[in-house]
Design a protein around this ligand. Structure first.
Ligand SMILES: [Zn+2]
Length: 412
């Protein structure tokens, strides 16, 4: 999380992995200066014991509720925690921050929003768009996704505070505009964030019949490496998360290539600053909530290209997501992605941007590359390259197909 004025992070209780100090996060290096700003962090409280034993006196537990806890530390501690959450709890993000204590407390007491987002039915989950879906799916090309992954991971890093993190968003914006050339119903814009330089990028395809109903497919566009690296680190992030952004770009390419004109509004998003506390998606989702937007479905694609599980191709996260929409995605896989196996797992609070939508009461799902314990272990290092996936994007292509079917079926 960046050098912020006041950030708040919260924690939740999960699988209770042992709280040993992490071998390659040397917490003795965390020596905050007294004049450093306080930060308050939101994370699964299963990390609470571990964080306490690692941060020692540099951490204060403010409040614990519903498995969530608010803790306070100094701002330079945020990336230590980010790395600890990744190494020990295998969470890509793993925490959420808030601009002030009130916001953090609201998040803590947000159980109603989360309950709504988990259980309510937000859309018609009938599957009956075979004519369109079966025409589009064969057009998904792993080679297109591969070249996009190679381009995005060629930036030294896509860190939220780095110039290269802005340049990578500019590349995505230009690529999406290029794909939508000639479409007056499509716009691609930056969503700027006041506290850091990397913008989020949003493509909007205006719905022709029910434009007020919004379908969202998103992923985070930033990358990170190590806990000291910051803006000068080598962070290719080929799987985390150039793969998700490239799976999304391929969905756009196929829809545009077929001049697909939706009934409802479809948006594709590349969020900034996920690695440091879901910051970009939190601001975007909160603005949708405040604007009273009718979001009928959100899919998060974060890490789609490492086939770590022999048993499963696609693993749906059950926590901080919508149960009926997850089941709908399972049915879509059975209907359209013959031969693919899917299952369920949990990834803990704040593990990726779907948690931002969930916390604001919107239906979200996160189909993931593998079971958590079998996911790509090279993320957040300089070794997160496409070679980890044998240099191809064949696994990521499955997620593009799933997203195409999701969008078309919801867009009935
Ligand atoms: Zn990620």
């Amino acid at each position: 999380m960046n050098k912020l004025s006041m950030m708040l992070l919260v924690m939740t209780l999960g699988s209770g992995l042992s709280a040993q100090a992490h071998e390659d996060v040397d917490f003795s290096k965390f020596q905050p200066k007294s004049n450093e700003k306080d930060v308050f962090l939101t994370i699964d409280a299963d990390a609470l014991t571990s964080a306490k034993s690692n941060f020692k006196n540099n951490l204060e537990i403010m409040e614990v509720r519903d498995g969530l806890a608010i803790i306070k530390t100094k701002e330079s501690g945020v990336e230590f925690l980010s790395h600890m959450m990744h190494e020990e709890f295998h969470r890509c993000g793993g925490f959420m921050f808030h601009d002030n204590i009130d916001e953090a407390t609201t998040e803590l007491f947000n159980a109603d929003n989360r309950a709504l987002a988990s259980k309510a039915i937000f859309a018609n989950y009938t599957i009956d768009q075979q004519d369109t879906v079966e025409k589009l799916l064969p057009q998904v090309q792993a080679s297109e996704i591969e070249s996009s992954i190679r381009k995005l991971s060629s930036f030294k890093n896509r860190y939220y505070q780095a110039d290269t993190g802005v340049q990578s968003q500019e590349w995505i914006k230009q690529r999406w505009l290029e794909l939508a050339a000639g479409r007056s119903d499509v716009k691609v814009e930056f969503f700027d964030h006041a506290s850091w330089k990397q913008p989020s990028v949003i493509m909007t395809i205006e719905g022709a019949v029910n434009p007020e109903e919004v379908i969202i497919v998103g992923g985070h566009a930033d990358s990170i490496s190590g806990y000291f690296g910051g803006a000068s680190a080598t962070a290719p992030g080929a799987d985390d998360n150039a793969s998700g952004m490239s799976s999304i770009t391929e969905v756009i390419r196929v829809l545009m290539q077929n001049s697909y004109r939706p009934n409802k509004t479809i948006q594709f998003m590349g969020y900034a600053a996920e690695e440091v506390g879901l910051r970009g998606s939190k601001e975007v989702a909160a603005s949708y909530k405040n604007a009273g937007k009718n979001v009928i479905g959100v899919m998060q694609l974060d890490m789609t290209n490492f086939k770590g599980s022999d048993e499963f191709d696609i693993v749906m996260m059950t926590d901080f997501t919508n149960a009926d929409q997850n089941e709908f995605l399972g049915k879509i896989i059975d209907e359209y992605l013959e031969g693919l196996n899917w299952g369920y797992d949990k990834c803990g609070y704040g593990c990726s941007d779907h948690a931002s939508w969930h916390s604001n009461g919107f239906p979200a799902s996160m189909p993931f590359e593998a079971r958590m314990k079998e996911m790509n272990k090279k993320i957040h290092t300089a070794n997160d390259t496409i070679e980890i996936s044998r240099g191809t994007a064949s696994h990521a292509a499955k997620f593009s197909k799933l997203a195409v079917a999701f969008v078309v079926e919801l867009d009935r």
